[in-house]
Ligand binder design. Structure first.
Ligand code: NOJ
Length: 553
């Protein structure tokens, strides 16, 4: 069971092929390049790769506009290269999950082209049409600011089509039985080629009723069950990780009361309150979000992240909280994406302050769920705010001090490598950090090792422990008679806390898992901890350094 549910205690690394490693020298990353870097990823300790879209696409939304679901964009390689890659990853014990973008296609997809040309074509009903401009056309945009409508007129079709995202991403009519069957077929295809699951894009929209008359879309949660059933029929340990920015009251609808829908969902509540906590040193909203998102089936898991390839969405915070985060991490309008969020990478948001970066990652690795890292964050890469929209945080991986950061032999990579300044490749790159035992990269490797040795966090039940200070977050995890206590000081000042860690199994010792600075629980049942500014501690409770061997359990 523990090994079957591998995703409960995994460490996921997300990357974009086009900006990871270019082997053929055309300025765009590819599968051959990625394969050359698998040993690096293996060394870092990650256990799964989430590969962003790599199928043929006009590339108007970084591949989230697919024009052929059954192929590899020739710029990245061939289907053969893909299979070589999944095989090479597997041989290093790394699973591969891929993006499944089926809420919409590219407008260049042959299905849409046929549908717009011929109202009688087989694919017409695969999309969502209206003869007249629907009254709701000015509502429900995901990209307000750049997107003016959700219904666009198509001259050839002589009708309006629905698009939740950009106008070049027509929505599929996902409740049409043939579309549903096609989605399963796409999943089956990639499972056959070696993937261990899918990051499902835009899940709330996939399951929403769509149409000109639909003002309050009803969600068809049964669809999630059928996706789950299908992937598990085809491959027992394949997982579905949902991108669904939802409220806690809906969590169980996505996971399924019996754990029969999504295996994993990204925890946007925790993500946003975590950034608020980092900005304000007030951990109370974060603790509230942790408690609110705690109920979930035993087999389900949260996906946790700090930054991803999109903007840091702050839509779930109160206006006041949002202003606090903007002021701390994105004060300049050029760092913001309309009023939606902040488009920067983590390191510059935290002023490159190593203490704050360690604090943020230590939180990522110890909050309840499976951590999802983004390429380049392990070395503290920055952003290029001169690039438009979300592209500023999607620049090539910085491997070394070689030209273009060792990413490509081409003179001019398609996306410029960050050069010069505190985040340029000359200073921030994997090669330099690999050689320096004190580097962020080597710290990350050590913390990942420890996270993997703490299955309590992935599997256990947690409780927020009262540290008597809103600037300090203390969590205890219990799993099979083992317990871990993690304590974080989010303030820029040192502090002392006395907390009751709960039962210690007879030994008063709290064993520090990261240094020799152990602590003891006193006769009053409290442990006194002195934490430096932005300090963090990981303890195993009850004098244990290692978890009891499984056979002892
Ligand atoms: C969510 C993805 O994360 C984002 O990058 C993309 O633009 C939209 N879905 C549309 O597919």
């Amino acid at each position: 069971m523990i090994n079957d549910l591998w995703y409960k205690n995994a460490v996921v690394y997300c990357l974009n092929l086009s900006t990871f490693m270019d082997a053929d020298g055309d300025g765009v990353g590819d599968f051959k390049g990625l394969m050359r870097r698998l040993d690096y990823l293996h060394g870092l300790g990650i256990t799964a790769i989430w590969l962003m879209p790599f199928q043929p696409s006009p590339g108007r939304d970084h591949g989230y506009d697919v024009s052929d679901y059954y192929n590899v964009d020739p710029r990245y390689g061939t289907l053969g290269d893909f299979v070589e890659f999944t095989h090479a990853a597997k041989s290093r014990g790394i699973r591969v999950i891929i993006d499944l973008v089926v809420n919409h296609t590219s407008d260049q997809h042959p299905w849409f082209q046929e549908a717009r040309r011929d109202p009688k074509s087989r694919h017409r009903d695969w999309y969502v049409w209206s003869d007249r401009k629907p009254a709701n056309a000015g509502t429900g945009m995901v990209f307000p600011g750049v997107q003016k409508t959700t219904w666009t007129h198509d001259k050839l079709a002589k009708a309006y089509y629905f698009h939740r995202f950009y106008e070049f991403q027509p929505d599929l009519n996902t409740s049409h039985p043939e579309v549903h069957a096609e989605i399963l077929k796409i999943m089956g295809f990639w499972i056959e080629l070696g993937v261990a699951g899918f990051r499902m894009d835009a899940v709330p929209f996939i399951i929403s009723g769509k149409g000109p008359e639909v003002d309050r879309p009803v969600e068809h949660f049964d669809m999630l069950r059928s996706f789950r059933e299908f992937v598990q029929w085809r491959q027992g340990d394949a997982v579905l990780l949902a991108e669904a920015n939802i409220l806690p009251q809906d969590d169980l609808k996505y996971f399924g009361d019996d754990g029969d829908r999504m295996h994993m969902c990204f925890n946007f509540q925790v993500n946003q309150t975590l950034f608020y906590a980092l900005a304000s040193a007030d951990t109370r909203p974060l603790a509230k979000a942790l408690n609110a998102t705690e109920p979930r089936p035993a087999t389900a898991q949260w996906g946790l992240f700090l930054r991803n390839h999109d903007e840091l969405d702050l839509g779930r915070l109160t206006e006041k909280q949002r202003r606090t985060v903007f002021a701390a991490f994105g004060p300049d309008p050029c760092m913001q994406l309309y009023d939606r969020g902040i488009r920067r990478r983590l390191a510059p948001m935290l002023d490159g302050d190593r203490r704050r970066m360690e604090l943020a990652y230590s939180l990522l690795f110890t909050l309840p769920g499976t951590p999802v890292l983004r390429y380049g964050d392990e070395i503290g890469m920055g952003d290029d705010l001169s690039l438009p929209e979300r592209e500023c945080a999607r620049t090539p991986m910085q491997w070394s001090t070689e030209p273009n950061g060792g990413f490509t032999k081409a003179k001019t990579p398609e996306v410029p490598v960050i050069s010069g300044g505190p985040y340029g490749f000359e200073r921030i790159n994997a090669a330099i950090q690999r050689r320096n035992p004190e580097s962020l990269l080597n710290w990350m490797e050590r913390i990942i090792r420890m996270r993997k040795e703490c299955p309590e966090i992935g599997w256990g039940r947690f409780a927020v422990i009262d540290a008597g200070d809103p600037g300090v977050l203390a969590l205890r995890y219990d799993w099979r008679n083992n317990a871990v206590l993690v304590v974080h000081n989010l303030k820029d000042k040192p502090c002392e806390v006395a907390l009751d860690p709960g039962p210690t199994g007879g030994s008063p010792r709290l064993t520090n898992l990261l240094s020799e600075d152990h602590a003891d629980v006193g006769e009053d049942g409290r442990a006194c901890l002195v934490l430096e500014a932005y300090g963090y501690r990981w303890f195993r409770v009850g004098g244990l350094d290692y978890i009891l061997r499984r056979s002892d359990l």
